[in-house]
Design a binder for this molecule. Structure first.
Ligand SMILES: *Cc1c(COP(=O)(O)O)cnc(C)c1O
Length: 346
């Protein structure tokens, strides 16, 4: 036996049920095609970008994000997906054995990052209205608190009052994961990252921006917070190509991204109508997906996969129970999913 890290023994590899399906609504990615500027960069790419190292910390993307977010470049970190940034922040601000508090349910990767970094997970149930319980989160005493709005997998957004209460009283850093900000009706919490000492807002190019395969995320926070995240992150987490594609989409494709996000939201609500007509009760959503509480959801998802449609199933989620999470996209895909769901419910 090779000696291994004891705390790693029960860490599973990430493997959502992934038989390739004709219609895949399981990842909440942009299903409307490749952003035009990204395609242009890819086709015109120099072979030098293959053989040479990229810049260590993506300075060009940092500047582009800073201009977009209205902050100085020192207030921006980039990473291998926003996943990489969340992982880095946990490592940067917590010693092994300390506590990471987070709303429950939330992003499945968060409890995993607590294990991977040897910290204690303190899940705090969302309230019945799907807002955070600010005082219960604070009562954990955790030096890092993770919030997610709009939240994956529920789709629900957090209230300004509750988030501000946490930020004002937290003893350490508050991470606000805004992977779905582009689909939300409200302004989000980027202003808190600009003005508070202890807030790190994370965003991603994987969802509305259509670059999930390129693995690019960014975060904004006070320069002292960002500097620690960059240390934990390490150099060369982005490739030359992924950095160039992210810059191009951010600066040239904003119109494309916004139009596709609007369409995803319109189709999400059209899908809601059809699900309600089936007698289901999807949760309110500010993301590009719907969470549909449904007893026996894993079995239903399996039957849908047999019909070439992939959606994400959850079992026994806190306050929700079993549920399907169905991504939004072009209407014909959602129509196919509805047909498969109707047959699978029989
Ligand atoms: C998809 C998602 C992310 C994005 O992860 P990347 O690593 O940027 O692809 C982050 N947080 C949540 C809640 C997500 O659903």
């Amino acid at each position: 036996m090779i000696p291994t890290r004891a705390s790693y023994r029960d860490i599973p590899l990430y493997s959502p049920a992934k038989k390739p399906c004709r219609v895949d609504l399981s990842d909440n990615t942009n299903l409307f095609g490749t952003p035009p500027a990204a395609e242009r960069v890819l086709r015109g790419a120099s072979l030098r970008s293959v053989t040479h190292y990229p810049a260590g910390y993506s300075p060009d993307l940092r500047r582009a994000v800073a201009a977009y977010a209205g902050v100085a470049p020192e207030a921006v970190a980039t990473g291998c997906g926003s996943d990489g940034l969340i992982d880095s922040a946990v490592r940067a601000f917590l010693e092994p054995g300390e506590v990471l508090a987070f709303q429950d349910p939330t992003f499945v990767m968060v409890p995993l990052y607590s294990k991977m970094n040897g910290v204690k997970a303190a899940p705090v149930p969302l309230r019945p209205d799907f807002d955070i319980d600010a005082d219960a989160l604070l009562a954990t005493g955790a030096k890092v608190i993770y919030l997610c709005s709009p939240n994956n997998p529920t789709g629900t957004a957090l209230s300004r009052a509750a988030v501000e209460r946490v930020v004002e009283r937290a003893p350490g850093v508050v991470i606000i994961d805004e992977a779905y900000a582009e689909f939300a009706s409200g302004p989000g919490f980027l202003d808190l990252a600009r003005t508070r000492r202890n807030v790190l807002v994370t965003r991603t190019f994987s969802k509305a921006y259509g670059l999930a395969g390129m693995r690019v995320g960014w975060a904004v926070g006070a320069p002292e917070v960002v500097a620690e995240v960059e240390k934990a992150r390490g150099p060369y987490m982005l490739t030359t190509l992924s950095e160039a594609m992210a810059i191009a989409v951010l600066t040239e494709d904003q119109g494309w991204v916004e139009a596709r996000a609007r369409e995803a939201v319109e189709n999400r609500e059209r899908l809601r109508g059809a699900l309600v007509a089936l007698g289901l009760k999807p949760l309110p959503s500010e993301g590009n997906f719907l969470m549909v509480p449904l007893r026996g959801a894993p079995k239903v998802a399996e039957r849908m996969r047999e019909r070439d449609v992939n959606v994400r199933a959850f079992q026994g989620l806190t306050g929700v129970g079993d549920a399907l999470r169905i991504g939004s996209g072009p209407w014909p895909l959602l129509e196919a999913a509805l047909a498969a769901l109707r047959e699978s419910l029989r």
